[in-house]
Ligand binder design. Structure first.
Ligand code: NFS
Length: 644
């Protein structure tokens, strides 16, 4: 096991090395573009520019300034900022939920025999979902059940009257809260559309009801679209189990054809991974002097194939361009979301072929090869063959792959944690709840989300997680945050001995889990919701999420999807600390509403804190308050020094 996971590594050495190389070769990357823009729009940052209708754009002034504080229509700062925020939530909900729709559609086609190469891999999960959704199973074939499960999930999108089916998984008390506030999601698409309607000029002008409508669309994502994505991906591609794999740019191979898969929907990555093991294509690669074909992932699609297949992960969001600068990538495939258009310029400096595959995402300058469901294996084969042929064009003198790669254990799910904690035959969450009750574990915190060029790469994630581990907090992760911690060695069981407090160490030692659990891509934040539900069901530490000693954090978030996730966490009762504020600080009332008053209404609220040590203090104070309210024992051991 490689020993790079020490406290002093605050950023990613592999990325630093390649950024230096990009600079030397005058290849611009995200950091250069960020610097070139200089100061960013302050009015936009404060949330006081309204672009909703063409009476504007109305660029408002702050109270006390000389500029007017109302737009042409009379909308004030609070309304303007709230409408922008709600539209961000709706856009984020739309992205992850549309991903979920795509998976449900794929399951439907696969069950009907119209999607060659895809089929049900986890029948047990399919049957459990069928029972939950009221789909008849007796005497029916797997594909008949799968078809009806897919249709039942697809119906959640266009449903007019609620609740969205999986909302019933939430604690009864929280469901009652949503009911009382009128924010129980009815149908997934309906809630997104309603936000777009309500935020039109001259419709909803009360910042509170605008935010509540936004929260309803976020709930439709968290307990709807994203949850459908996670569950049906497990059905189609298998429910992950803990496995060992590797992360960082060092997983690229100088002696192999390298194919990178970037984006979000695992159907592309799965098909390409299958095609890359085709003996004929491997033979073609060998004939060109390569020793094989290496598939690796970037961002969330990488998390998907890492979790299920142990396929190496080359990097998170900020590393997508850097991967190209290694000069070792024959084909770089993308589908949807988080794909920088700047890739095209970087790739033009090398032999790499960029291939777009989704009819939803076109990029001028990329080759387009649609991965349609009816011919995915065929298209995947064509793509791999193209990558292999491109190996002949590689300039080996320009290849520079950093040595850095880190061993990780990934593949934690609500199901696999149940078995790890409770044993194979009598799964359960008792050991975790008991560990919390006894004061070995202070609580559980989800650290998730993106990474931004506005901060030192990966640092916010690492510093926060080190602080939490030292105070006996079990950390669960998804998305690019999980990758940041994976690269630093925190996703290894051994990390407990290096970084965790004594109580958490004892739990990790007894169960063999790392102190930081990688639970998947960002749609898989739904796994964190179902995990919290298991903790509630097991009993003794709270009847709803707002009573549990749990919290969430997104130190480097920037995506609209992260805003939606934050709002469904808060609406579900979870205190959530963000590393930077929403673009709303121009409205004091709205800022107070989301950072204070929401707690009264839904049990959760936001805090904005860029300093990881202070963010950790806020979280620990919150966990301790919850522990006190539950009358749990004091913590068994003192916190260890951070990074011990
Ligand atoms: Ni999440 Fe995935 Fe990463 Fe942020 Fe983008 S990859 S869905 S949005 S950047 S964590």
């Amino acid at each position: 096991m490689n020993q790079e996971g020490q406290r002093q590594v605050r950023t990613d050495p592999a990325s630093l090395e390649i950024r230096e190389r990009a600079r030397a070769q005058r290849i611009p990357t995200i950091w250069d573009r960020y610097a070139a823009l200089g100061s960013q729009c302050r009015v936009g940052e404060l949330g006081i520019c309204c672009t909703i209708c063409h009476l504007g754009p109305c660029n408002l002034g702050l109270p006390g300034s000389k500029r007017p504080q109302v737009g042409v229509c009379g909308a004030g700062i609070d309304t303007v900022a709230a409408r922008r925020l709600a539209r961000d939530i709706a856009a984020g909900s739309a992205a992850h939920s549309d991903h979920g729709r795509g998976v449900a559609h794929l399951l439907l086609l696969a069950a009907r025999g119209q999607a060659p190469g895809y089929g049900v891999k986890d029948e047990h999960k399919l049957r459990a979902l069928a029972a939950e959704l009221g789909v008849a199973q007796d005497g029916r074939l797997t594909n008949e059940v799968a078809q009806d499960v897919a249709l039942a999930c697809l119906a959640q999108f266009g449903q007019q009257e609620g609740p969205v089916a999986f909302v019933r998984r939430a604690p009864a008390r929280q469901q009652e809260t949503w009911q009382r506030l009128g924010i129980t999601p009815r149908g997934i698409d309906r809630e997104v559309v309603e936000v777009m309607h309500r935020t039109n000029m001259g419709v909803d002008n009360d910042y509170r009801s605008i935010v509540l409508a936004g929260m309803r669309s976020a709930l439709a994502d968290g307990w709807g679209g994203s949850m459908i994505a996670t569950d049906l991906q497990d059905v189609l591609f298998g429910t992950p189990r803990p496995l060992r794999a590797q992360m960082n740019l060092g997983v690229l191979r100088a002696d192999q054809v390298n194919i990178l898969v970037h984006g979000h929907e695992p159907q592309l990555a799965e098909a390409v991974a299958d095609a890359a093991s085709d003996p004929e294509l491997v033979a073609q690669a060998r004939a060109l002097g390569a020793s094989g074909i290496n598939v690796a992932g970037i961002c969330c699609t990488a998390n998907e194939i890492l979790m299920r297949r142990g396929i190496p992960l080359a990097g998170n969001f900020l590393q997508q361009e850097l991967a190209l600068v290694t000069g070792a990538v024959e084909a770089f495939l993308v589908d949807v979301q988080c794909i920088m258009p700047g890739l095209v310029d970087v790739a033009s400096c090398f032999h790499t072929e960029l291939i777009a595959t989704s009819p939803q995402a076109h990029f001028p300058g990329m080759v387009y090869m649609e991965l349609s469901e009816d011919r995915a294996p065929e298209v995947a084969r064509e793509i791999v063959a193209r990558a292999v042929a491109n190996y002949a064009r590689r300039d080996h003198s320009r290849v520079a792959i950093p040595e850095h790669r880190m061993d990780v254990v990934a593949g934690f799910t609500t199901e696999s944690i149940t078995h790890i904690l409770g044993g194979r035959y009598r799964g359960g969450w008792r050991p975790l709840n008991d560990g919390i009750i006894a004061g070995r574990i202070r609580g559980v915190v989800g650290v998730v989300g993106c990474d931004s060029p506005k901060h030192v790469q990966d640092q916010g994630h690492l510093d926060l997680v080190y602080e939490l581990l030292a105070r006996d907090v079990l950390v669960v992760q998804t998305g690019c945050s999980a990758i940041a911690c994976g690269k630093a060695g925190l996703l290894q069981p051994e990390a407990a001995f290096r970084h965790a407090g004594r109580g958490l160490q004892e739990i990790c030692e007894a169960t063999g889990i790392p102190p930081v659990l990688h639970t998947g891509s960002c749609v898989d934040n739904s796994r964190i919701l179902t995990a919290c539900m298991e903790m509630v069901k097991e009993g003794g530490i709270g009847r709803s999420f707002d009573e549990l000693p749990v919290a969430a954090a997104a130190p480097g978030w920037w995506s609209e999807k992260a805003i939606a996730i934050g709002f469904y966490a808060v609406a579900s009762g979870i205190f959530t600390v963000l590393g930077s504020p929403f673009n709303i600080l121009g409205s004091e009332a709205l800022t107070r509403f989301v950072t204070e008053e929401l707690e009264e209404l839904v049990g959760g609220k936001f805090a904005f804190e860029s300093d990881p040590a202070r963010a950790a203090q806020l979280i620990v104070a919150h966990l301790d308050r919850k522990r006190q309210a539950l009358k749990l024992r004091p913590m068994m051991y003192e916190a260890v020094p951070v990074g011990a």
